[in-house]
Unconditional design. Structure first.
Ligand code: FES
Ligand code: FES
Lengths: 177, 463
């Protein structure tokens, strides 16, 4: 069958019940989605399917059909970063980077859907179920809010966008996949 | 010093946000086999028989290894530091924790590898298991380690000791004795990238090892020692780690993947599942810490007795080192001149424990800070002033007799007080880290002070 990945139609021959994660990584060498848990619990494998974030570890190839798949490779490249990528870089929202692909795509989908500034609660909602073991989430949330406001680029950041939360608020919820 | 105070971009930031960073799992080598491990289903059992014949005959299976295939099966992570080895790479006579690897296979795909694991026959004889470190020293505790209940190689002792000053005197002088028990628990590092290695046999006999290790040269040494090959036969590639937090200091996946690569003469990748990571990877150690302090009613801590149990899990790994750090830091940010410390590395049938952020120190710091607050409550005095009074000062000596040159307890405590709006008495508000003098040099603290300019007074071990 054909798979539409980042605007390019690619022929794939994996069996229909192979997970999309496996097909992307092993057959097509699209490596931005990561194996974090393969159980829908971490978000590291997130890709966009027709613009909506989905967990590719739980999605069988057969269920994808001719939907448009977007991965980080399709978001932007060095020298041509999407706003959300710039904001993550500017604001140190990626530490080890392993959760970053999933975070970026879920954030990008939120910003596209909203079409304007997103608030803190909307970010927390969109990123719930995305686990990050490094950052403590604060910088990730700030980066998504900044990206939605177009506040990206090289100029130094004067002050944090969001008031510091009084306590960590990311809820590790079940899989939205 | 242009970097200090400047806002510098991460050198790997663009690569991370464009997913160009290459983690071990992203390295593509054609013909790579999938590795899987057979792990103990029991917490403690004797192994009576291992039969891999049927697994080896399955089509698609390219390599099966057990302890028989390891040139040097028992090698300790800290053997190079004189800490003897106790842990087999692949279990031989017994298993001592659930999840301990016994055999591993390399196959063309993961289904075949899992089928091969099912085809391996192992006969166990289950034994009673020990989970609570507090029972390890009981005469009737299940015996699970060939060294006994505790790690026995601290010089002539079976535990790490600190003896400093005259602790009997301190307890005789005390107005109050304040006791506390503190029990920080195990924590799984849970990196988003599970343990992973990819080993590629090269023409000419070298192995290229793509590793998620946090400790490259350390892992190089461990793999070479198990395989009994010179270091120059191994080429380690690493540097991009998907989270480690201490858990990737253990050489968890490289050696077994290397054995399978040698056996199959094919590249082999071993990526642990999330379940394996939770069940079988090492954790931060649980501790049991008992403190008794001899204190005066005006808040001087004259002496401390400490007994610490460090749950090492089934094997020693880094625990003797962790308990040594724990011993050196067991007075925390404070100076207590009379000490008696006994720290035991206890074996239980849990996963071996390991380094994690501040290994050995965070546990005792937590205990010490809670204990200082408890003392203040018992005495009915300000916890701030109690801390400042006993704070480390220039010239004070640590538990292991190192003279402090630039201790930060006083400035940090004062800064914290200011931030939360805590009003301190004028003599405390004016304190500095300077050498003790005048009113702040009570007799019991004179003896422990190092002469001006001294650095190390005694040997570091304290035993
Ligand atoms: S790998 Fe898919 S949610 Fe964790
Ligand atoms: S940056 Fe490491 S898990 Fe999020």
């Amino acid at each position: 069958m054909q798979l539409n990945v980042n605007g390019v139609s690619r022929a794939v021959s994996s069996p229909p019940l192979t997970s999309l994660l496996e097909v992307l990584r092993e057959e097509l060498a699209v490596l931005s989605p990561k194996h974090g848990c393969e159980q829908g619990g971490c978000g590291a494998c997130t890709v966009l399917v027709d613009g909506e974030p989905r967990r590719s570890c739980l999605l069988p190839l057969a269920a994808v059909g001719d939907a448009r798949i977007t991965t980080v490779e399709g978001l932007g490249a060095p020298g041509d970063l999407a706003p959300v990528q710039s904001a993550f870089h500017d604001r140190y929202a990626a530490q080890c980077g392993y959760c970053t692909s999933g975070m970026l795509l879920a954030a990008h989908a939120l910003i596209e859907r909203k079409g304007g500034p997103v608030d803190r609660d909307e970010v927390l909602d969109a990123l719930s179920g995305h686990v990050c073991r490094c950052t403590g989430y604060v910088k990730i949330v700030e980066a998504v809010m900044a990206a939605s406001r177009g506040q990206v680029g090289a100029e130094p950041i004067e002050q944090p966008l969001a008031p510091e939360p009084s306590q960590p608020e990311i809820e590790i919820a079940g899989s939205p996949a | 010093m242009k970097a200090v105070g400047a806002r510098l971009p991460r050198y790997d930031g663009v690569a991370h946000v464009t997913a160009r960073s290459v983690y071990v799992d992203d390295v593509r080598v054609p013909g790579t086999l999938v590795a899987k491990a057979l792990r103990s289903p029991h917490h403690h059992a004797a192994i009576k028989r291992i039969d891999t014949a049927r697994a080896k005959r399955l089509s698609g299976v390219r390599g099966v290894v057990t302890h028989e295939d390891v040139p040097n099966n028992v090698y300790g992570h800290l053997e190079a530091l004189g800490i003897p080895a106790d842990e087999p790479l692949l279990a031989e006579n017994d298993v001592r924790y659930r999840g301990q690897p016994i055999a591993a296979v390399a196959a063309e795909d993961s289904d075949t590898a899992l089928e091969a694991l099912d085809a391996i026959e192992i006969e166990y004889e289950e034994r009673p298991a020990l989970f609570d470190m507090r029972n390890a020293l009981d005469p009737d505790a299940p015996r699970m380690h060939h060294w006994g209940g505790v790690y026995p190689h601290f010089g002539p002792h079976n535990h790490r000791r600190v003896r400093k000053g005259d602790v009997e005197w301190a307890f005789d002088q005390a107005d109050v004795i304040v006791e506390g028990v503190y029990r920080p628990q195990a924590i799984e590092h849970c990196p988003l990238e599970t343990q992973i290695a990819l080993v590629v046999p090269e023409a000419g006999g070298r192995l290229t090892i793509y590793s998620c290790t946090q400790a490259m040269y350390f892992s190089l040494g461990v793999v070479a020692a198990h395989l009994e090959v010179p270091l120059n036969r191994l080429k380690f590639v690493g540097g991009t780690v998907g989270g480690g937090f201490g858990g990737k200091v253990d050489t968890a996946s490289e050696t077994i993947a290397a054995l399978l690569a040698l056996k199959s003469r094919r590249p082999v990748k071993w990526r642990w599942t999330r379940e394996e990571e939770f069940l079988a990877s090492s954790t931060r150690a649980p501790w049991h810490i008992e403190i008794a302090d001899a204190v005066t009613s005006d808040g001087w801590v004259l002496g401390r007795r400490t007994v610490t149990l460090h749950d090492s899990g089934a094997y020693a790994r880094f625990s003797p080192y962790g308990v040594t750090k724990h011993a050196f830091h067991h007075t925390g940010a404070y100076t207590i001149p009379n000490l008696r410390f006994d720290g035991f590395v206890v074996f239980t049938n849990r996963v071996p424990t390991t380094a994690m952020r501040g290994f050995g120190v965070t546990s005792v710091s937590m205990a010490v800070e809670l204990h200082m607050t408890r003392i203040a409550e018992v005495l009915g005095i300000s916890p701030w002033e109690l801390r400042l009074k006993n704070a480390n000062r220039i010239g004070d000596t640590t538990a292991n007799r190192v003279a402090m040159q630039d201790p930060s307890t006083v400035p940090v405590t004062l800064a914290a007080a200011e931030r939360v709006g805590e009003k301190l008495g004028p003599e405390y508000a004016a304190m500095t880290a300077d050498r003790r003098s005048g009113d702040l040099l009570p007799e019991h603290l004179v003896a422990q002070q190092a002469p001006e300019g001294a650095h190390v007074l005694g040997n570091g071990g304290g035993s």
